[in-house]
Design a protein around this ligand. Structure first.
Ligand code: ASP
Length: 317
């Protein structure tokens, strides 16, 4: 049993899922549940973060994460600034530490950071007074993605505990996989990773998951099938013979899904490469695919995270 939700979140930053307790995860998910309902109302603007500033600092591309943090901040009434790294002094060679010191001097309340290097967000968080949220660092962690995935599963299947979740594809380069493995383990789910040996890190079992190299064994009786993109931008060299062959063995299509539970749901963090890791028909299957629910719930989860991390400075704890 994972127990009740925690009553408070004792961390200043959200740098990863590793190290969070089941109670702390439930606290975020329960609050996010309320924000989902709130976001479906005709008027969604709140004043909880009125007068507060949230800064988005993305050193890597993003569609969903950046825009949903922006929406989340605005819906809570904060001023949200998107700092464009392309146009900033980072391009002129300013170090991450200098950038951190500069932003710190501006007294923002929360900094949302994405960076291509694992550990860069933690480094930055050590140099600032505000809360830092990791929006994805290299192949390390992407905590808000795992939280929104968990919320989507919990809302659809009613629980996380005891479920079989198959995470399939490029595990090696995926921060989404790592954060999900930590979260699902903490919440008592059974995690499998499925992929070719070249894309599954050795000793990943130590994080608490089973390793499968065929979709047939990996998807057997699964309740949730989570597909991942081939992270070409993090690959140096050839990890799969061709995308066509990759799809043949590891691409999700109905035939492979037959071994999963009849009501198994399909997830993908996006962006999708249709015809590479997932067949279009499966991705667009309204009954089974939760891909757009994930996007919707992402805003609510990010509202919950901004709310929780700013409580101390708002005197709300
Ligand atoms: N959007 C996710 C990430 O930033 C997954 C992906 O890019 O494939 O890690």
């Amino acid at each position: 049993m994972t127990g009740p939700a925690a009553t408070r979140f004792p961390h200043r930053h959200l740098l990863g899922i590793e190290g969070l307790t089941a109670g702390e995860i439930s606290l975020v998910l329960d609050l996010a549940d309320g924000y989902v309902e709130h976001n479906r109302k005709p008027v969604v603007k709140e004043s909880l973060l009125h007068g507060r500033t949230v800064m988005n600092l993305f050193f890597e591309n993003s569609t969903r994460t950046r825009t949903s943090f922006e929406l989340a901040g605005k819906r809570l009434g904060a001023d949200v600034i998107n700092m464009s790294v392309d146009a900033s002094s980072v391009k002129k060679g300013e170090t991450l530490i200098d950038t951190a010191a500069t932003l710190n001097a501006m007294h923002v309340d929360a900094l949302v950071v994405r960076h291509s290097e694992s550990g860069a967000v933690k480094l930055l968080s050590d140099k600032v007074n505000c809360s830092v949220i990791n929006a994805g660092d290299g192949n390390h962690e992407h905590p808000t993605q795992a939280l929104l995935d968990a919320l989507a599963i919990r809302r659809r299947l009613g629980r996380l505990e005891g479920l079989i979740v198959a995470i399939c594809g490029d595990i090696l380069h995926s921060r989404v996989a790592r954060s999900n493995i930590h979260l699902l383990n903490a919440m008592g789910a059974r995690v499998r990773v499925v992929g070719p040996p070249t894309l599954v890190p050795s000793a990943i079992e130590r994080l608490g998951c089973e390793v499968h190299h065929t979709m047939l064994s990996g998807l057997k009786d699964a309740d949730v099938v989570m597909m991942l993109r081939l992270q070409n931008e993090r690959m140096s060299g050839q990890y799969v013979p061709s995308t066509r062959e990759y799809f043949y063995f590891y691409g999700l299509e109905y035939e492979k899904l037959e071994v999963a539970k009849p009501d198994a749901v399909i997830m993908h963090p996006g962006p999708m490469n249709r015809g590479v890791e997932i067949d279009s028909e499966v991705a667009d299957d309204l009954k089974r695919s939760m891909i757009l629910d994930q996007v919707e719930l992402g805003v609510a989860v990010r509202m919950a995270v901004l709310d929780i991390l700013t409580r101390d400075r708002r005197g709300a704890n």
